[in-house]
Design a protein around this ligand. Structure first.
Ligand SMILES: [Ca+2]
Ligand SMILES: [Ca+2]
Ligand SMILES: [Ca+2]
Ligand SMILES: [Ca+2]
Length: 408
């Protein structure tokens, strides 16, 4: 979750990041005992069922989660929950059959329970959803919602009366093919939030080999669905907000004609060099991470490799899933932690200043600990203490966070 210009921005692909304050009287790093209890049924949100193809997972499209958006859609000061569902190939290819798998919006009742208001809000559309990003793009005080899909994405304008209107066509932000994460940020500082949409694979089921039928369709010698390596990657899309309800695709103008095509998941707007202009970091699966430094003239320079945050310290591409920035050592520079696929470590890049990063995962004691896990997200414990890379307090916090994460 990022705060930008007073609005909440969420960029989610099966993403959850929580900042938890220490309990009163508790030392920030002294054996915190926060516990999580499963309450979805009691809270009234258990009617949501996420689906993504069949359990056999014949294709990579069937392997992804749906993400969520947690935002205050009705402006009552309480966060509501929007959950994104995928679909099945049968639903995709035969519109005549029932399509029960839908996104859902749950309104916060302020008493620990939620009410399903999907239909009343006009958000019950069907599709193979992948993520959501909420922000007030037209500055009318009501938070709007962008939903990404395998297929055309949807921009919902919040009517400020508990309902939304699909304005995708007028806005011109459908993107297409396979979008994953999205992020709102005002890169040109004109007071209006612009939109970056990460995309993954140019996926067409009929053109993809079956399990085990190609070298990129095996994992550890076992036949698995093909990809992402071996399949055609896509570039992201940068939409400039024109201020009149429409957007313009400025990807080439702002990022150049040779904008990289990678398997992108999670984009984040963040000012990595503290010059007051939002830069863009993109976590990519099995391909280098991207860092677009804002040139302050409406254009960007992609500096991921030069900045030291495109590859691991071993010089390898990692399979980045989710990421978040935070100033873990309180030096005023935002660092980034990236959750990667299993059989590799999740990476902590320390911001060294001037837009340069250093992989300090090993010094932080996190390399071996994160190696076995496929990490989509993590829980960030915000403390008032100062952490030194490699110190026992860093390790202690990390181990505590792992414990909490597994208790979800
Ligand atoms: Ca609310
Ligand atoms: Ca709005
Ligand atoms: Ca703008
Ligand atoms: Ca900047």
């Amino acid at each position: 979750m990022k705060y930008c210009g007073g609005v909440i921005i969420l960029s989610t692909v099966a993403w959850l990041a929580l900042a938890v304050a220490p309990h009163a009287g508790q030392s920030p790093t002294s054996g915190v005992q926060t516990r999580f209890v499963e309450i979805s049924r009691a809270a009234g949100i258990s009617s949501f069922r996420h689906v993504a193809g069949r359990p056999q997972k014949e294709y990579i499209l069937e392997s992804k989660g749906g993400g969520a958006g947690v935002f205050d859609y009705d402006g009552d000061g309480r966060l509501d929950i929007f959950l994104v569902s995928g679909a099945t190939f049968e639903e995709l290819e035969n519109p005549q059959i029932p399509r029960p798998h839908r996104n859902k919006l749950f309104r916060n009742n302020r008493d620990g329970t939620f009410t399903d208001v999907t239909e009343a809000a006009g958000l019950g559309a069907w599709g193979w959803g992948t993520g959501a990003a909420a922000a007030d793009y037209d500055n009318d005080g009501c938070v709007d919602l962008y939903v990404t899909y395998y297929g055309q994405n949807t921009l919902y304008h919040n009517n400020c009366d508990g309902t939304f209107a699909d304005v995708t066509s007028k806005a011109g932000v459908a993107a297409g093919s396979w979008s994953t994460g999205a992020a709102w940020g005002d890169y040109d500082r004109d007071g209006r939030l612009d939109l970056y949409v990460a995309r993954y694979i140019d996926f067409k089921r009929g053109e993809v080999p079956k399990k085990g039928d190609a070298s990129y369709c095996r994992y550890g010698g076992v036949p698995v669905y093909c990809g992402p390596r071996g399949l055609k990657p896509l570039s992201g899309i940068l939409y400039h907000n024109n201020g009149d309800g429409t957007f313009t695709d400025v990807t080439e103008k702002a990022m150049g004609p040779d904008v990289p095509k990678y398997y992108s998941f999670t984009p984040l707007w963040v000012d990595v060099d503290n010059d007051g202009w939002p830069d863009l970091f993109v976590t990519d699966d099995s391909t280098p991470n991207l860092l677009f430094r804002n040139r302050r003239d409406g254009t960007f320079e992609e500096t991921g490799a030069l900045a030291g945050c495109a590859y691991s310290r071993d010089g390898l591409e990692q399979a980045g899933m989710g990421a978040d920035f935070g100033d873990y050592d309180h030096d005023g520079l935002l660092d980034v932690f990236i959750g990667n696929f299993a059989d590799d470590y999740s990476t902590l890049f320390k911001n060294m200043g001037n837009g340069i990063f250093k992989d300090i995962t090993e010094e932080g004691g996190m390399r071996a600990a994160t190696w076995p896990m496929l990490t989509w997200a993590y829980i960030q414990r915000r403390t008032s203490g100062t952490w030194t890379p490699g110190s026992s307090s860093t390790r202690r916090c990390f181990e505590t966070c792992r414990m909490e994460s597994s208790a979800k």
